[in-house]
Each structure stands twice: as C-alpha cells, then as structure tokens.
Design a protein around this ligand. Sequence first.
Ligand code: NAD
Length: 374
Amino acid sequence: MTTKPDFNVGLIGSGFMGKAHTFGYASAAKVFDLAVNPVLHTLADISDAAASKAASALGFAHATSDWRKMVDDPAIHVVNITAPNALHKDMALAAIAAGKHVYCEKPLAPLVADAREMAEAAEAAGVKTQVGFNYLCNPMLKLAREMIEAGELGEIRGFRGLHAEDYMADATGPYTFRHDPAGGGALADLGSHVLATAEYLLGPVTEVMGDCVTMIPERPDGYGGVKAVTVDDVARAFLRFASGANGSLEANWIATGRKMQHDFEVWGSKGALTFSQERFNELHFFDTRDAKGRQGFRRIEAGPDHAPYGRFCVAAGHQIGFNDLKAIEVARFLEAITSGAPEPYGFRAGLRIQMLVEAIHQSSSERAWRSVPD
Ligand code: NAD
C-alpha cells in the first residue's frame, strides 16, 4: 500500500456548509483517486464550546475559537471558509498571507472591489483557490454543456434561470447574516448560482437589466426589537449574452413552497433542455428532429455514462446527492493543487459572478440597462 502525504484541512464555520465541506473531504478521499490524504485537522467557530462540539461531531482533531490562530498554524494546508459572507474577505486575505490554499463559499465577497483584491492576492501569492459553486459539479450540467457545444440544440437562442426557495418567506423569521447589506440579499445568495449556471452553459453575459425588491422591510433582531432590511428578497434580471442569445433570471428566497428550485431552460433552433435541482439526476431534452406526433421532452437519467457519477454508484437511476456534488468539487480542487492545473472555479471566477451581481443591483437602482465588462 502506498502512503499518500497528509493534507491538513482547516475549517472556519461548522453550520450548513461547514458540514457539507467536511463530508466533501471525507467522501472525496474514498471515492476519487486523490494524490493526497485529506486530514480533518482544525475546526474554528464562534466560541470554544461551539468549536469543540462541532470538531468532535465532525471528526476534526483540534478546535479553536480563534480562526486567525488556525490560519497561521504551519500545519494547515488549506483553509475552508464557510462563515458569514461579510467575513470572507478578512479570512481569505489572512489565509493567503499565510501561504494557504483557500476554498471559500459563495458569494465570494460583499463588493467587486473586495473580490478583486482577494483574487489578485491569491494570484500574487501563488496559492490555489476555489469558490463553492457546487451545482456546476453536477454531471448532468456537464452533459447539458456538452450537448450545447456539440450543436445538438442547434443555434442557442435563450436561457431562463431561476433559484427559488422559501427560507425567508416567514416575515417573523429573524434578521440573519444573509440580510446584512455587506454581502446579503437573494441575488447574491441564490442568484449567484443562476449566474454561474448561465455563463457555464451559454458563455459570457454582456448586458443586464435588473429589478431588485425588498418585500419584508424589517425583521426581529433577536433582542425584542426589529431591524430594517434593505437587501433584496426577490431579484429579476434580463440578460444579453455575447453569443447573441438572450435570457432572464429570478432569485427569490420568499417563494412559498419552493425548497430548491434551481432550474433552467435553454432553447435552441433544433432542441431544448430543461432541468430542476429538485430532481438533479435528470435532464430533459426536446429534439425537433423527432417524428411529428412523437415529440416531447425525454428524460435522461444520470448514470455511470455521466462521469463521475459511476465513482459513487455503479447503477444508473439510483441517484447521487447534494453532498456528493461537494465531494466532486473538493476532488477537483485538490487535483488542481496537486497537479498545478488551473482551478475549476477559483477566486477570479468568483469575482466574475460578483461583477454580474453588482451590475444587476446598479441597473435596478438606475432603472437602466448596464453593460458588464469582460
Ligand atoms: P450557517 O449559519 O449554517 O453557518 C455559519 C457558521 O459560521 C456557524 O457555525 C457560525 O457559528 C460560524 N461563524 C460565524 N461567525 C464566525 C466567526 N467570527 N468565526 C468563526 N466562525 C464563525 O451558514 P451557512 O448556511 O453554512 O452559510 C455559510 C456560507 O456558505 C455563506 O457564505 C453562504 O452563502 C454559503 N452557502 C453556500 C451554499 C452552496 O450551495 N454553495 C449553501 C448554503 C450556504
């Protein structure tokens, strides 16, 4: 048995995404043929008690309430940032300054200027970075892109993308970090995923026209009072692509009844694709070349023909899950680190999404179309 070098993982934040990153490393080590052995080394959280409890539950060897101490620890090879958005920049810059690779959750930073500073710092330091756009790791999205690129849909004319959930639909729900004007709002939180999908499938967006709306203007502050909300609960935008295609986007976190409607449709001159994240092991294809009277969207089910599905399960139709997408993302990031190849979705790509988010916000305030620089 060959021994792989240990690769020590530091994690900041142990909530929803902290767990997903942890499961990602644990699965990636078993499912993929990695060049290193990821070790769950240190977990940092808001207090010693919270960090110790989470470290023990998730299998980290050490715990701390001081993320700076963890970042500066020479034993740590990669810093995972799964803390609130407004903290990403300080944490990432400290990790980069300490020479660590950084895997940061989306949205990368509150502002384009912050995201640019982070991308430039990482490039100058020569460390690898990754932003958590895990939905792009779905083998069925790869299939959709391959079908588009192969011309199976003909000339691509349009895109409609949506990310709707209802976790903010209750107006009595508390003010959270997602309402913080520094990096909050439905567009940054959910719309960032739609923008990443749109450009992954259709290429660059060049112009946007946004409409961002706050529907619940205040929320309980957790101390008996209320706090004003200024970020968008619902954001919509028209999109123009460099290819000549056009499209639309909706990001909505008050969509009562919706749990994970990260959906898209792409129309071409010869065919169309539809997809829903709530059934993400399926892609639906309409082909105008099918015989008249027999036409309709056919369901393509994920299976071992759609790599890397087969690494998780040998049988088609049995389905992979949300945390498996994180394992694929971890494996690609580690591959970039160990091989020196470019990262699949580094800070520069996260900056690009932030530029689109900011352009849509500005367009909405100005009530005018805005161009998006390359
Ligand atoms: P969460 O509230 O569940 O977890 C946040 C964690 O950060 C908690 O453990 C909290 O105690 C910790 N934390 C807060 N302040 C800290 C500090 N100063 N030092 C150390 N730890 C601190 O939030 P979440 O839903 O996991 O979101 C975290 C990030 O992940 C956000 O940026 C969010 O946008 C992103 N996210 C991404 C996806 C995705 O699909 N890629 C899904 C959900 C969330």
